[in-house]
Design a protein around this ligand. Structure first.
Ligand code: NAD
Length: 487
């Protein structure tokens, strides 16, 4: 199986190669096959991309907002028309099940382009009366924004960054994760087809060093990273040195609280979605599932029953629920956490191993895994695992669970299941998280802001809130009378 792109990078409207850059491989996680070989961006490639973006941004910002909106909408239409091919590529790039990529990746990217197209056409400032003067504000683009992606949602992440950035009149240089370099190149092609100026959206490939070079490039005005907390710390510090704007979409260890009056089937469904979707490789996953003691045994029994039915296997088979982990390194890291869970005294309810059989031999598969009897101090309850591993903890009271749920450096997401409407809002108000779901989990429509508090990040993607992170206000003060000067 091959998915070799025409060249590694997409700059100024065309594919570009520079074989002087270090070669790296894109591997299909289900089989271990090398599906593409790419070259990391050299300093010359980075400069070329930044110069192209800089030129294109000036042109783009001079277009009428409605014209910019039209390009974004066309790009959304093209993505939808090609959803099948793009989803297949995403499955090859990530190893995620095709039944997911068909509905959650390219289509979510299209949603965001369409939604921010509408925002582009309606961006405006305000007018402030000041007696013998008045002022007005203008929302201006930042310039060239750098986007750096994680590997779990390569198309969605590229679109979630590009859509608000371009809507506000910026250009973008995007560096996908080195694990999933292929999908963003297709998006770059689509923007050109949709009528964007050449250079408006460029893709350069590479590892962390390329990301670091982009984050500190003299032409970069903003860095938007989706990645882990340690990388976020480095990128934030690097961007700060040049007083650059940032959006940091980082990791989590989110709590999902199930009260004993919850609809049991819904709560279990939410917990499974929040731990096993994308083979557990979702930043907002509710990996600490706190279940009130009255329903704990029933919850675990039914959870095990439903988890046993998860179909693990070939990600290109539409019946498959759970594909492999992104890489051998991630597989081994998750297996080490499972071993740690056992060693520290958590009780394995189901899973915990590598599925057996010829079909799984070359892939990086791990069974969906549930631990019970997990306590707050265990490693699996404290660190982000980023794999299909659910930790179930028990609790007695609302007061206790809120305190324990908040007892983490992370604060990306939270969820709760209860039928008590007052308790639902009370607890949502007290959970320290950027997004909190009541009686559902992990829904991220583009209309609502998404992002973390505490170490999970800064800024917001999606929703109207994202506009503030891809634009800046200029205030113009206009005198209507004489200058009142004592000199
Ligand atoms: P990662 O931090 O290893 O890498 C993310 C990106 O940063 C990659 O493109 C990488 O090449 C680049 N990078 C690495 N070092 C860099 C540096 N010093 N300077 C600039 N760029 C650098 O993350 P990952 O393993 O690809 O993704 C998994 C992590 O991403 C998890 O922690 C997950 O929670 C998080 N994530 C967060 C969100 C969110 O929206 N909050 C979404 C998806 C994933």
């Amino acid at each position: 199986m091959r998915a070799q792109p025409e060249a590694s990078h997409f700059i100024d409207g065309v594919y570009v190669e520079d074989e002087a850059g270090k070669a790296f491989e894109s591997i299909y996680a289900a089989t271990g096959e090398v599906i593409a070989t790419l070259h990391s961006a050299t300093p010359a490639i980075i400069d070329k991309a930044m110069a192209a973006a800089s030129r294109a941004q000036l042109e783009w910002a001079s277009w009428l907002p409605a014209e910019r909106a039209r390009v974004l909408r066309r790009a959304a239409d093209i993505i939808r028309a090609r959803n099948e091919a793009l989803s297949e590529l995403e499955t090859l790039d990530t190893g995620k099940a095709i039944q997911e990529t068909l509905v959650a990746d390219a289509s979510s990217g299209a949603d965001s382009l369409e939604w921010f197209a509408a925002q582009a056409a309606s961006l405006s400032g305000e007018s402030v009366p000041l007696g013998d003067a008045f002022a007005y504000t203008v929302r201006e683009p930042l310039g060239v924004c750098v986007g750096i992606g994680a590997w779990n949602y390569p198309t969605q992440i590229a679109c979630w960054k590009a859509a608000p950035a371009l809507a506000c009149g910026n250009a973008m240089v995007f560096k996908p994760s080195e694990m999933t370099p292929l999908c963003a190149l297709k998006l770059a092609e689509i923007f050109i087809e949709a009528g964007a100026p050449k250079g408006l959206f460029n893709v350069v490939q590479g590892l962390g060093d390329v990301g670091a070079a982009l984050a500190t490039h003299e032409k970069t005005t903003k860095v938007s990273l989706t990645g882990s907390v340690p990388t976020g710390g480095k990128v934030y510090a690097a961007a700060a040195a040049g007083m650059r704007h940032v959006t940091m979409e980082l990791g989590g260890k989110s709590p999902l609280v199930v009260f004993d009056d919850a609809d049991l089937e819904d709560a279990i469904g939410g917990a499974m979605l929040g731990n096993f979707y994308s083979t557990g490789q979702v930043c907002s996953n509710g990996t600490r599932v706190f279940v009130q003691k009255g329903i704990l045994e029933k919850f675990l029994a039914r959870l095990a029953e439903r988890t046993a039915k998860i179909r693990i296997g070939d990600p290109l088979d539409p019946e498959t629920h759970l594909g492999p982990l992104i890489s051998k390194a991630q597989h081994d890291k998750v297996m080490a956490y499972i071993e740690k869970g056992k060693a520290e005294g958590a009780r394995l309810v189901i899973g915990g191993g590598v599925p057996e059989g010829e079909a799984f031999a070359a892939g990086t598969y791990i069974e969906p895994t549930v631990f019970a009897g997990v306590t707050d101090d265990m490693t699996i309850a404290r660190e982000e695992i980023f794999g299909p591993v659910m930790s179930v903890l028990s609790f007695d009271t609302e007061e206790e669970v809120v305190e324990r749920a908040n007892g983490t450096e992370f604060g990306l997401a939270a969820g709760l299941f209860t039928k008590d409407i007052s308790r639902a809002h009370r607890v949502a108000g007290r959970l320290a998280a950027g997004i909190c779901w009541i009686n559902t989990y992990n829904l991220t429509p583009v209309e609502i802001p998404f992002g973390g508090v505490k170490h999970s990040g800064l800024g917001r993607e999606n929703g109207k809130a994202a506009i503030a992170f891809y634009s800046q206000l200029k205030t113009v003060h206009v005198a209507l009378g004489k200058v009142d000067s004592p000199y």
